[in-house]
Every structure is written in structure tokens, then in C-alpha cells.
Ligand binder design. Structure first.
Ligand SMILES: Nc1ncnc2c1ncn2[C@@H]1O[C@H](COP(=O)(O)OP(=O)(O)OP(=O)(O)O)[C@@H](O)[C@H]1O
Ligand SMILES: [Mg+2]
Length: 239
């Protein structure tokens, strides 16, 4: 297991809450979370379905706004950023991957990855070169022109990872990235994330697969009813 984190805090969430009003009831999807993520850390998060894991990732990625609490980053306090700066933060600092890949169906693998650089004012030729380079890094050099429907699940997820990493984000948020994949593909995705982390990248990975989390993450936390429970699950790592 690598230990590349350098004790510099990348982001801090304090008393973070996200409540949904649903009819007459209140769903406390996130109910007071404190979290310190260090630069270069690989953090694993596990927890039952509905415990608030995706809600947390969406807040950290600036896709959603908390009901209470704050997220502090080097770029400033996420809830205080104006929409333009927040959009910039999302585009430059955060890469996200999801269980369902979320690729654009009519674009090729190359087109999907290149899209991540479109809003960053990178010229087309450079975008294509960077996208091809990143797809090569995830083992898809011979699939650049394939559309998502013509790729396997594991390959689609590697395209999604390439799309998330091509902009070299400060933070990679992975929400159940291997949930739809078999063992071999899961292993390959784990290798790619661990490699990127060894190069200094910060990863937060949500997964139902405790073995995967223990094998890849420096630290594993469990969510329960919208909070982190105290137990340390990192022990018993497989590597
Ligand atoms: N838009 C919404 N309106 C009302 N309730 C919501 C909304 N989004 C999420 N919730 C509720 O918040 C809780 C946490 O949801 P979340 O998606 O974060 O869980 P999760 O831990 O990611 O679960 P899973 O492992 O199944 O993906 C759930 O009870 C869910 O029903
Ligand atoms: Mg979820």
C-alpha cells in the first residue's frame, strides 16, 4: 500500500448536513459529517445503501449545496463561491466517476475524454492529444474510435476514468466505480486508481466492496444514517 499523502489538507468538511423535505417528512441524508482529506490520500468510504455516501460525494464535488455546514478547499469555501467560480472548481479541480459510467453515447471514447477539456480553453489538437494519451494510459489505445455501446463495461469505465483524469484534477471522486463490473475489471480499475494515487492524486472512493476499499485505500470509513461511525475499518488490508 502506498503512503504518499503529505499532511497538507486538501479539503475539510465540517458539520456537513443535507436534509431533504419529502412531503411531510424530513430525510436526513447527511446529518453532521466532519472530514479532513489530505493531499495524496486514498480514502475509502463504505456503508449501507441509503446511508448518504452519494450525497456526500455530490456535495464535495460541488454538484449539490449543503443544508448546513461548510466545505473548505484551497480555492475557498464551496458554499460561498459564486456560480462561475463553482463551475470552474468543478471543471478544473474535480474528476468524478460513477457506477453507471455516464458517457455520451454518440461520441467516441476519444470524443468523450476530450469533452472534459472543452471548457478549459484547451485547443482542439491539444485536447485530442491529451485524450489519446490518457486513454492509452488506461489501456485503450486501440479503442479510441469506439462508441460506448461498442465497449465492454470495464472498458466504458476506463473511458470514464480517463475523462475524469485528463484534466489532472486535485480530487477524484469515485462513486461505486466497480459496482457493475466483474472481478477482473474491478481489479483493473483498482490498479488504475491506485496508480494515479501513487503519482500524487487524491482519491475518495465509495464502494460496497470492503475488500476493494481495504486493498486500495489508506483509510476506510463507514457511513451509517448520514454520519461516519467511529470504527476504523482499514485494518486487515489485503496488500
Ligand atoms: N432528492 C432526494 N429527495 C429526497 N430524498 C433523497 C434525495 N436524494 C437522496 N435521498 C435520500 O437520502 C438518503 C441517502 O441517499 P444516498 O444516495 O446518498 O445514499 P447512498 O449511501 O449513496 O446509497 P447507495 O449505496 O444505494 O448508492 C436516502 O435515504 C435517499 O432516499
Ligand atoms: Mg449512492
Amino acid at each position: 500500500m502506498s503512503q504518499t499523502q503529505d499532511n497538507i489538507t486538501l479539503l475539510t468538511a465540517s458539520s456537513l448536513a443535507r436534509h431533504y423535505r419529502f412531503g411531510s417528512s424530513l430525510v436526513k441524508a447527511l446529518d453532521g459529517v466532519d472530514l479532513d482529506v489530505r493531499r495524496g490520500e486514498f480514502l475509502g468510504i463504505v456503508g449501507a445503501s441509503g446511508s448518504g455516501k452519494s450525497t456526500l460525494l455530490n456535495l464535495l464535488g460541488g454538484l449539490d449545496t449543503p443544508t448546513a455546514g461548510a466545505i473548505r478547499t484551497a480555492e475557498g469555501d464551496l458554499n460561498r463561491m459564486n456560480p462561475r467560480r463553482l463551475a470552474r472548481y468543478r471543471a478544473t479541480e474535480v474528476g468524478m466517476i460513477f457506477q453507471s459510467f455516464n458517457l455520451v453515447p454518440h461520441r467516441s471514447a476519444l470524443g468523450n475524454v476530450e469533452l472534459a477539456l472543452y471548457f478549459l480553453d484547451v485547443p482542439l489538437r491539444r485536447r485530442r492529444a491529451l485524450a489519446a494519451e490518457m486513454l492509452t494510459r488506461v489501456g485503450l489505445a486501440d479503442r479510441l474510435e469506439h462508441r460506448p455501446a461498442d465497449l465492454s463495461g470495464g472498458e466504458q469505465q476506463r473511458v470514464a476514468i480517463a475523462r475524469a483524469l485528463v484534466k489532472n484534477p486535485a480530487l477524484l471522486l469515485a462513486d461505486e466505480p466497480t459496482g457493475n463490473l466483474d472481478r477482473d475489471a474491478t481489479h483493473m480499475i483498482g490498479d488504475i486508481l491506485a496508480d494515479w494515487n501513487r503519482g500524487g492524486g487524491t482519491v475518495i472512493m465509495v464502494t460496497h466492496n470492503l475488500d476493494l476499499a481495504r486493498a486500495r485505500a489508506h483509510r476506510v470509513l463507514r457511513m451509517d444514517y448520514g454520519r461516519f461511525v467511529a470504527e476504523d475499518l482499514s485494518a486487515g488490508g489485503l496488500e
